[in-house]
Design a protein around this ligand. Structure first.
Ligand SMILES: O=C(O)CCC(=O)C(=O)O
Ligand SMILES: [Fe+2]
Length: 570
């Protein structure tokens, strides 16, 4: 229908997405929407998948960003690409366009305050009319102390324009109460109207609200629902997720339905917590097995050379201009999973599957590929029986452990601050040390091969046993940064603990960097301390042990490791 429509992008990614997520019929309906929208509207779009039902049906959403052409398409009259006339006959699109015009006006409050806009389309079975979006915008963070100032522009300008009429004063008052009641540190990152659903509610999304503060906040703003149920759900989710954002709907009352946006760092291949989280959702009946598997396989990227015939024409033209150091890719990632809670209703989970079209630096890709292989984790390293025996040995020898912080060995790391490392260590365990050394030696050639590093002559294997109990950690360091430690080539860490795991946290994070100065947060590898697994990595990489949370504080419940270093002969 229009030239260079979003359908060019849809057709490209379509073959790479499982039919357990989006079936033929759903794709057709998504295309009916996308044909109206210029691809210049977005570099970041995605699908909302209901996980509990076998129906492979997603809704479609896209983000128009203030720093990209998306903003211009929505309302810059001078720009070469405009919203289609066919859309603008509808009042909702007219309002979006008027909103977009003010957003594009440099001196305006919207131009100052709004970072991006999301348009969300409910994809219906039979979709013959023009698509109508619900609309969310991302304001600059709004904290409690900015409530009075924010409420004015949010209601009088932003929501007013989108809705096409002023917001009911009762709802405005409720919104103000919500903003004022935000716990310290928490902020609103998104505000939306369900324009497609004829609902008067205002959706408010809140970030950096600790899960322990959610209930207090909800009660303060007058939410009615089962506090105990929600509390136990939040406690469960907090164990699997790195962050939970809170979505509430504000009308003259707070809606009983609460959305919990669950975020995990990185993608499933680099963060095993995704799998654990999805298994939890499966156990609760919130995701069907097919969709769980499809989600775990969703991540990936698409390059021009993979699908030359499907590659959008306008992008091919661009790629000849940008030169060979940069390459455009479509990157598919799991954005987050939302769990929806409402008293006396079944819980529901929805996944947000993102597609990002971005330029990447070839050299950087190569580097991070190399890094991905620079640690390996092997499960079931000892037999089940040995694993239990070693654990019992450690627990029996509790009194032989000494504080790690004070030990001279760690003074060698060049970090002498007292609180750099908190844990306790056992240095003397000759029988088990021999067993561990032998086992490690026997697989070492294979490990070196898998890591893709050149073989090196081994001098000796140094080992110790470490216990991380409640609030213990090991801050960022590397293991061979001093003259004395420079002969260490590989670090190994064998994890053991009681089952089920009596602590949370304690992940080992390995950075793609050998110095603390240029840590790249986009290439961190997270290792979960899985019982009876062993990890090997290059000692030169910066790494840290995240704080352990071990509520019982019982020594026997610690995160134990037999850890050490493989030295190079020189
Ligand atoms: O316990 C771990 O996961 C890593 C320990 C470590 O970095 C060390 O002992 O140097
Ligand atoms: Fe270390």
């Amino acid at each position: 229908m229009i030239k260079n429509s979003l359908n060019d992008y849809i057709n490209l990614i379509r073959p790479t997405i499982s039919t357990d997520i989006i079936d033929e019929n759903n794709w057709q309906n998504i295309s009916k929407v996308a044909q109206y929208l210029p691809s210049a509207l977005t570099t970041f779009f995605g699908f909302e998948s209901r996980l509990g039902t076998p129906k492979a049906h997603c809704d479609f959403l896209l983000c128009a960003d203030a720093t990209e052409t998306g903003k211009k398409v929505l309302g810059d009259k001078e720009y070469s690409i405009q919203l289609s006339e066919n859309l603008l006959i509808h009042p909702v699109w007219k309002n979006v366009n008027i909103f977009g015009q003010l957003w594009n006006d440099k001196g305006s409050i919207l131009s100052e305050k709004i970072n991006n806009i999301w348009l969300e389309f409910d994809i219906d079975e039979t979709l013959d009319n023009i698509p109508i979006p619900s609309c969310f915008f991302a304001p600059q963070a709004i904290y409690a102390n900015q409530a009075d100032e924010a409420i004015k522009w949010v209601c009088d300008t932003a929501l007013n324009l989108l809705r096409g009429k002023s917001i009911n004063p009762e709802i405005q008052a409720k919104l103000l109460t919500c903003l004022q009641s935000l716990p310290s540190g928490a902020y609103v990152f998104q505000i939306g109207l369900m324009l497609a659903r004829e609902s008067d509610f205002i959706r408010v999304c809140i970030r950096d609200i600790s899960h322990t503060k959610v209930i207090e906040f909800l009660q303060k703003i007058g939410w009615i629902g089962s506090v105990n149920e929600l509390k136990s759900l939040l406690n469960d989710l907090a164990q699997y997720c790195d962050r939970i954002d809170l979505d509430i709907d504000i009308g003259s009352e707070i809606a009983p339905k609460i959305g919990l946006e669950c975020y995990l760092e990185r993608q499933p291949s680099l963060n095993p917590k995704w799998q654990l989280f999805l298994e939890y959702l499966l156990e609760k009946g919130l995701v069907i097995p097919e969709k769980k598997d499809a989600l775990l396989n969703y991540t990936g990227y698409i390059r021009e050379k993979d699908y030359p015939e499907l590659w959008p024409k306008n992008l091919s033209k661009l790629s000849s201009l940008i030169g060979s150091q940069y390459q455009r890719i479509f990157f598919k990632s799991l954005h987050h999973i939302k769990v929806v809670y409402q008293e006396n209703k079944c819980l529901e989970a929805k996944a947000y599957l993102a597609v990002m079209n971005t330029l990447i630096d070839q050299q950087r890709i190569q580097k991070s590929k190399e890094f991905k292989n620079n640690s390996i984790q092997i499960n079931n390293f000892l037999s089940e029986q040995e694993n239990k025996q070693l654990l019992n040995f450690i627990i029996r020898n509790k009194n032989q452990f000494q504080s790690a912080t004070l030990h001279e060995d760690y003074q060698n790391l060049g970090r002498k601050e007292e609180n750099y490392r908190l844990s306790s260590v056992l240095f003397d365990f000759p029988e088990w040390e021999t067993i561990m050394r032998d086992r490690i030696s026997s697989i070492l050639p294979d490990v070196i091969d898998k890591l893709g590093i050149p073989p090196f002559p081994v001098a000796h294997i140094e080992a110790q046993i470490t216990a991380h109990n409640d609030h213990n950690y090991f801050k960022l360091h590397n293991d061979n940064g001093t003259l004395e430690s420079s002969g260490r080539v590989l670090t190994f860490v064998y994890y053991l603990c009681q089952e089920p795991q009596p602590f949370t946290g304690g992940e080992l994070k390995i950075y793609n960097s050998t110095s603390p100065e240029n840590l790249k947060p986009d290439s961190i590898k997270t290792i979960e301390p899985i019982n009876n697994s062993i990890v090997f990595f290059l000692s030169q990489y910066m790494h840290e042990v995240r704080p352990v949370n071990c509520p019982s504080q019982d020594f026997a419940h610690s995160r134990f490791t037999v850890n050490g270093w493989i030295w190079r002969k020189n």
